[in-house]
Design a protein around this ligand. Structure first.
Ligand code: AMP
Ligand code: MG
Length: 413
């Protein structure tokens, strides 16, 4: 008898066979979306030097503390400080220096007056600095100066191990001078599909045949999770055909082989036998809907996961069983499908298995409400296409009235 186990039990049995992948160094310009394999600490203060946050005039604040429209103060311009320069001057009382945004504050200055607050109003492109500037307002010490270390101090932790790098993370790494960064190696997945009925998209359909959609969908899921995917192909429902394709998959030396279909109890479901003959296989009925049949084991010492063939079962099984493995392998600390609480807008019936139901959730008055996207057959992919969430109905629950609060996974991206 094939044992029926809980989702949690199946997840635990699978995940205990994996450990995090090693890190590798890659150039920063290809690091978007990759997972840091070590924390990042700042190797300098940021800003690295006091600099001006505006185009204007660097001053000593006490020179203009009494300045008003009726009592303007004129300061002598002794230098011009463009961004990228390194001023050697020392500002004394009665003196100012024209300064551009990002340029170092000269010694002696303790504030910068914006050009808009001077009589010249703006700095004409290409103009030389004036001999003097007249000011009609006082200024607080420190105004318009970005102080050294005010954003980040030396050796401060900037990014955690396991961070998925976003554009702004790449920006700060560049700001700190990292030209390379250590990230988790990409998980290598070999993907196979099985089924006599499957036709590649390049060929016309003949009676009884269907297009192989799982290969494309599972590859997309794995790529979205940051994997390197080898699509090995499709095998007919014959022992030798499945064996040949699996051995091809093993030759790509993947971290995980994923198969679609051929793992149920049908007369032509050879995948379990083939895997078992060159490794080990566990076949479980998992107490879930959709996606009851699930095979897990190893083929030629490579972990193997056999997902069911029905497209929605395949997708849900990937999220439930493969996604946690991929998250462990990469070390990523954020979830691909965040879990939220939602309130049912309609009643839901379930058969008592842990159910993952396709739904649309929307916000009303700050609360999330869920409605199913139609009939929940495991081959009905359009209801998954229309969904932006999967509702998780726990095992043992057969009926939920409207207003019931349930967990849901967001499928927005
Ligand atoms: P099986 O798991 O082999 O019993 O297949 C279950 C259902 O999934 C059948 O209706 C198959 O035709 C369908 N199926 C199997 N493989 C695929 C695939 N790659 N793409 C789309 N549907 C599939
Ligand atoms: Mg089949």
């Amino acid at each position: 008898m094939v044992p029926m186990i809980s989702v949690q039990e199946a997840q635990n049995r699978i995940i205990s066979n994996f450990k995090r992948l090693e890190g590798m160094s890659i150039p920063l310009d290809v690091a978007l979306g990759r997972i840091l394999s070590e924390p990042i600490y700042s190797n300098s203060d940021l800003p690295a030097f006091d600099n001006s946050s505006v185009d204007g005039f660097a001053v000593q604040a006490d020179d203009i503390s009494l300045a008003t429209e009726n009592n303007p103060v004129t300061l002598k311009v002794i230098a011009d400080i463009p961004a990228g320069s390194s001023p050697k001057i020392v500002l004394k009382n009665g003196q100012t220096a024209r300064i551009m945004t990002g340029a170092p504050i000269p010694t002696g200055a303790n504030a910068v007056v914006m050009v808009e607050d001077t009589q010249s109003h703006q700095i004409a492109v290409g103009s030389t600095a004036p001999d003097a500037v007249t000011l009609t307002k006082d200024i607080a010490i420190g105004e318009n100066i970005r102080r050294i270390g005010s954003d980040i101090t030396f050796q401060q932790k900037i990014l955690n191990d396991g961070r998925m790098l976003r554009a702004q993370d790449i920006g700060i790494l560049a700001m700190l001078g990292y030209s390379t960064v250590r990230v988790s190696r990409k998980t290598k997945i070999a993907l196979i599909s099985t089924g006599d009925e499957l036709v590649p998209l390049t060929l016309p359909l003949t009676p009884g045949k269907i297009y192989d959609s799982n290969t494309y969908m599972l590859a997309a899921l794995a790529e979205k999770a940051g994997c390197e995917v080898s699509n090995i192909g499709t095998a007919a429902d014959r022992y030798d055909a499945v064996d040949k394709l699996l051995s091809q998959a093993a030759k790509t030396k993947p971290d995980l082989i994923i198969s679609s279909a051929g793992v149920s109890a049908g007369a032509f479901d050879y995948v379990k036998d083939v895997v078992g003959s060159s490794g080990s296989i566990n076949f479980w009925k998992v107490n879930m809907r959709p996606g009851k049949p699930l095979a897990f084991g190893s083929y030629r010492n490579i972990p193997f996961l056999g997902l069911p063939g029905n497209p929605v079962s395949s997708f849900v099984s990937f999220l439930v069983f493969v996604q946690p493995v991929l998250e462990l392998l990469s070390g990523v600390t954020t979830k691909e499908n965040p879990q939220v609480k939602v309130t049912l807008s309609e009643s839901i019936e379930s058969d008592g298995r842990e159910s993952y139901l396709r739904a649309v959730i929307r916000k009303e008055n700050g609360k999330l409400f869920a409605t199913l996207t139609g009939h929940q057959g495991s081959g009905n992919l359009i209801s998954l296409v229309r969904a932006n969430a999967l509702l998780i109905i726990p095992s043992g629950v057969k009926f939920c009235p409207p207003g019931t609060e349930v967990d849901a996974w967001i499928l927005e991206n």
